[in-house]
Design a protein around this ligand. Structure first.
Ligand code: SAM
Length: 279
């Protein structure tokens, strides 16, 4: 589990005009290098919507950088006041510094740095759950972000990262979650621990597989459901597939070998949650 026990700070406001300011360099490092994110336990989320999502959900904010347009924006001002009251350092920056920090030509008006929350296996309580999505070695940040967003939309209990996965706190992943990262519990565990969890799971344990013999629309999914998705290149490993009570397949016609991982996850989740979701 990521250590989030940081000393409480008093909030403050600081103006930064230089690209070589150490905080600018620190944020650049968090944007571009997984090693920096892992060492510091911090990550970057761009945009005002993500800042309000993070603050509303009580995530600890270390820095909130606000560009010139944010200064006349009441929502941005409220976010800055909330973050400062909770101990964040508010960075007033110009557009050039914001662009340098985020390595983007058209940066957002607000960029936040938050403390990571990655839970361990004990955080998964099947008795309190709807559906958990377990991802076997997910590699693509966009897929992971889209799956977290979809998990949020269907009311899933959380997402489990099994084995060596892409960084859930990479900027591309965070962006693709559209703020759902701040609402969906994320758990990391190794394969052996996952196998133990699957063996004692009280509801349905379902894998998606291109060789699955069961049409995904036919099972009676018993809540809590554990839905296991395979790696983008290799699919589900045999020992992971054998953890599942059922291997489902989504029918395909045409020439595509398979569906995109995030698309297959979305289709499966909507079927699993079909009876619970209403307009
Ligand atoms: N070459 C890989 C293979 O042979 O499994 C393709 C993996 S696919 C891009 C990534 C994951 O999405 C699969 O492991 C499975 O979990 C899911 N998936 C994709 N298409 C599917 C389908 N038609 N039915 C069931 N699951 C599917």
């Amino acid at each position: 589990m990521t250590d989030t026990s940081r000393p409480q700070r008093t909030g403050a406001v600081k103006q930064i005009t230089s690209h070589s300011n150490p905080i600018v360099k620190e944020i650049k490092g968090l944007v571009s290098m997984r090693k920096f994110r892992t060492q510091s336990g911090l990550f970057v989320a761009e945009g005002l919507k993500l800042a309000t999502d993070a603050l509303d959900a009580g995530w600890a904010c270390s820095y909130l950088a606000i560009g010139p347009e944010a200064r006349d924006n009441p929502i941005a001002q409220k976010a800055a006041a909330t973050a400062k009251a909770r101990g964040a350092l508010i960075l007033e920056v110009n557009t050039a510094v914001m662009a340098a920090m985020t390595r983007k030509d058209n940066p957002q008006m607000v960029v936040g740095v938050y403390e990571q929350r990655l839970l361990n296996a004990e955080a998964v309580d099947p008795r309190q759950s709807t559906v958990w999505i377990a991802l076997d070695r997910v590699r693509d940040p966009g897929n992971l972000g889209t799956i977290i967003r979809t998990a949020d939309a269907v009311g899933a209990s959380g997402v489990i990262l099994v084995g060596d996965c892409t960084d859930p706190f990479a900027v591309e992943t965070v962006r693709a979650t559209m703020g759902s990262l701040f609402h969906v519990p994320l758990v990391k565990m190794q394969k052996d621990k996952f196998k133990q969890l699957a063996a004692s799971w009280p509801g349905s344990v379902v894998g998606t597989h291109l060789k699955g013999s069961v049409d995904y629309r036919t099972p009676e999914y018993k809540e809590p459901t554990l839905l296991l998705m395979g790696n983008e290149q290799q699919g589900l490993e045999d020992d992971m597939a054998s953890c599942c009570q059922t291997l489902i397949r989504i029918p395909q016609v045409g020439q595509a070998d398979s569906l995109n991982l995030a698309v297959a996850t979305g289709i499966s989740l909507y079927e699993i949650r079909r009876k619970q979701l209403e307009l």
